[in-house]
Design a binder for this molecule. Structure first.
Ligand SMILES: Cc1cc2nc3c(=O)[nH]c(=O)nc-3n(C[C@H](O)[C@H](O)[C@H](O)COP(=O)(O)OP(=O)(O)OC[C@H]3O[C@@H](n4cnc5c(N)ncnc54)[C@H](O)[C@@H]3O)c2cc1C
Length: 452
């Protein structure tokens, strides 16, 4: 019975009561930023709760390989519980956060929980943005942000070939074999290259009526060139590689309409069976939960140490934060930036808990950018080291295998890539998530296809 002891202590001493209970740290999101924050706190005397709406960490940079049947979903994801298995101060909660009560310092979830925090780290990432046309365009031009998005897109791409094989009308067949990718940043470039390779190499001998290699793959970009975040020379090399693979580039051309039948660019209409969106993102709802100041993309404006202005115990990191350095340069929305922010915030909280001096102010270390264009070509910009073609692809492959979470995933991805390098095979050519109904017409409009 400890209660009387406490009572007598209170009477005897007039010193302030010091709470010795472990501090509660809640991290929302186990993506690149959230996991890095949790891992930086592994030695902290604290109770860490990592909340995610999914039970796995997702390696988004390789999502396009799931969408184009090169890798399986499990290759690029790792259960959050197993990642944090050995970190005894951390527990994992599978739930979706819906709001934050800043006054009472509670995280509120869809499952009806109210999770108390002393420190809060929000790392909830970003989602697609259709520049205000989300309601109309998202159904016809899905993007890839989640594993479900990627497996749905994989089904769309593979179904397009299947339906073309059964389609007697040449015009409809041509439309089915047309793939449009909107947005020529790294994701759009990688996706267009991978679809071209699928059509021109992986499935060429598998159909009897159609010639998959005759498929038309069009990469559309509103800006003046592809890969705007890369140096011009590397972007030009990437454009040449794409064209050599038969990808048509439409640069400086903004899409004005997207429908079940295709897209409109100025006076042109392009009919297509598959349209993919890789053009824009907006931040998660974290800014709304916090009633915080946000930028145009919905990202929460944070201080240099990622804390919310006026709330030094609440941090926002990764794709959902708008962070600028002393010169006002914005932090890019890429995985290394999210990881470095997570590591910094974790170290900062650990230092505060231990009564140590805070870590040095945050400084982003830009390790460069990479994008792959098919099986044997990539552009790599590491500052002084710039690579294209096969050397670029080898470095790109090594880096991605290295950064994957978990030994099993590294081994599995390396083996899959080695195998498809030798054979062009795509091991994950599965149409899942829908029963194929042979009584349906061969060419349902793309928009109605998923609802059917
Ligand atoms: C297709 C694609 C390709 C990319 N390629 C590259 C690349 O090649 N190189 C690169 O550096 N970057 C790339 N990126 C960007 C990179 O993935 C992001 O910058 C990075 O994931 C951001 O990390 P984050 O921690 O902020 O968010 P994320 O990694 O997105 O993690 C957010 C986490 O929060 C969880 N979450 C969200 N909302 C809630 C909620 N309400 N409740 C509970 N949990 C929630 C999610 O489930 C997720 O686990 C790519 C992104 C995409 C989509």
């Amino acid at each position: 019975m400890s209660a009387p002891t406490i009572m007598s202590t209170r009477i005897i001493t007039s010193a302030p009561i010091i709470t010795t209970r472990p501090r509660k740290i809640v991290i929302v999101g186990a993506g690149f930023g959230g996991l890095a924050a949790a891992q930086a706190l592994r030695h902290a005397k604290a109770e860490i709760t990592v909340i995610d709406r999914r039970n796995f960490h997702l390696f988004q940079p390789l999502l396009y390989q799931v969408a184009t049947a090169a890798l399986s979903p499990a290759d690029i994801s790792a259960p959050i519980r197993s990642v944090l298995r050995d970190q005894v101060n951390a527990r994992v909660m599978l739930d979706k956060v819906t709001d934050i009560d800043r006054g009472r310092r509670l995280v509120l979830t869809e499952g009806g929980r109210a999770v108390a925090f002393d420190y809060l780290v929000l790392a909830t990432g970003a989602r697609h943005s259709y520049f205000g046309r989300d309601q109309e365009w998202a159904q016809f031009a899905p993007g890839i942000k989640t594993l479900d998005d990627a497996t749905r897109l994989r089904a769309r791409i593979l179904l397009a070939f299947e339906r073309a094989e059964l389609e007697p009308d040449p015009a409809k067949r041509k439309a089915l074999l047309t793939f449009l990718v909107i947005g020529a940043g790294p994701t759009g470039v990688e996706l267009a290259g991978a679809i071209a390779e699928l059509a021109r190499k992986a499935v060429t001998r598998d159909f009897r009526t159609i010639m998959p290699e005759s498929a038309s793959i069009v990469l559309i970009e509103a800006g003046p060139r592809i890969l705007p975040s890369f140096r011009e020379g590397l972007a030009r090399a990437a454009a040449r590689s794409l064209e050599a693979m038969g990808v048509t580039l439409r640069v400086g051309q903004a899409v004005s309409e997207v429908s079940a039948e295709g897209v409109t660019i100025g006076a042109d209409h392009l009919s297509a069976g598959t349209i993919v969106w890789a053009a824009g993102v907006k931040a998660s709802a974290a800014g709304r939960w916090l009633s915080a100041e946000m930028d145009r993309a919905g990202r929460v404006r944070v201080e240099r140490d990622f804390s919310l202005p006026g709330a030094p115990d609440i941090f926002v990191i990764g794709d959902t934060a708008a962070h600028a350095d002393a010169e006002g340069r914005p932090l890019p929305g890429v995985a290394p930036a999210a990881k470095q922010a997570g590591a910094h915030v974790g170290a900062l909280i650990a230092a505060r808990l231990a009564g140590r001096a805070p870590p040095a102010p945050f400084r982003y270390r830009d390790r460069g950018a990479m994008a792959t264009i098919g099986r044997k070509s990539a552009v790599v910009d590491l500052g002084r080291l710039r690579l294209t073609g096969l050397p670029g692809w080898l470095l790109w492959s090594l880096a991605h295998v290295w950064f994957l979470v978990g030994f099993r995933n590294r081994l599995s991805v390396a083996t899959s890539w080695f195998w498809s390098y030798l054979t062009w095979e795509r091991g994950a050519r599965l149409i899942t998530g829908q029963e194929i109904d042979g009584t349906r017409p061969a060419l349902p409009p793309a928009g109605r296809r998923e609802a059917a």
